[in-house]
Design a protein around this ligand. Structure first.
Ligand code: SF4
Ligand code: SF4
Length: 203
């Protein structure tokens, strides 16, 4: 048995870093509400890391998808809600599709994002603005419209010329359209937003 008094400086620091504080009763309720909203169970995760390995946005995240789940398993809900990862996640669903345990990480990221927004916990306003710009174009045009996202994002983050040089070459290569393309089912997409808002989701 190792006595506490015999621990070295590094070991003490490690012990301190790994001291877990159980969630309060209200946070426990909140965590199960988040799981319920996401329709998934964090305790199914056995930390294989397949989700993180396939995540196209993982390189920019402070906590990879696997780590977000681990934070939640260890009752570190506060850290998960403050993570930049939840704003960087593009909801591409690669993680959910790869998970051998059927954990719907994409949906969990979404539920965490909604809760963080509700609590006003926005670590990076630029990322939150981008999220708003992205959803705004989908709501309006039924699909993403990159020039619209760029204009809204740059105007609301006070950086009018950010990435301006990329637009023209992308348009020339046919990677970006000048005007928003028309799609079928635009009204149905609008209805999805209305329904989501009625259920308490983002406007
Ligand atoms: S792929 Fe699934 S089981 Fe593996 S770490 Fe990610 S969430 Fe956990
Ligand atoms: S849904 Fe989000 S977390 Fe999952 S792979 Fe895509 S970007 Fe990564």
């Amino acid at each position: 048995m190792i006595l506490k008094s015999n621990l070295g400086k590094g070991e003490k620091a490690l012990e301190k870093a790994t001291t877990l504080i159980p969630l309060s009763k209200s946070d426990k309720v909140l965590l199960s509400k988040i799981e319920q909203e996401a329709g998934t169970d964090i305790n199914l995760c056995y930390q294989c890391g397949k989700c993180s390995a396939g995540c196209p946005a993982g390189f920019a995240m402070d906590y990879k998808p696997r780590e977000i789940i681990r934070l939640l398993q260890l009752d570190m809900l506060d850290k998960a809600l403050n993570a930049e990862s939840i704003w960087i996640c593009a909801t591409c669903e690669t993680c959910s599709a790869r998970c051998p345990r059927g954990v719907d990480i994409a949906s969990l990221m979404d539920a965490l994002r909604r809760e963080a927004l509700k609590q006003g916990r926005i670590t990076d306003k630029k990322v939150a603005n981008f999220n708003k710009a992205f959803l705004g174009t989908v709501k309006r045009f039924g699909r993403t419209y990159e020039p619209g996202i760029l204009l809204y994002h740059n105007a609301t983050t006070m950086q009018p010329f950010k990435d301006a040089g990329l637009g023209l070459p992308m348009m020339k290569r046919g990677k970006m359209e000048i005007f928003p393309g028309k799609i079928k089912g635009k009204d149905e997409v609008k209805q999805i937003f209305i329904r989501a808002s009625e259920l308490g989701g983002e406007e």
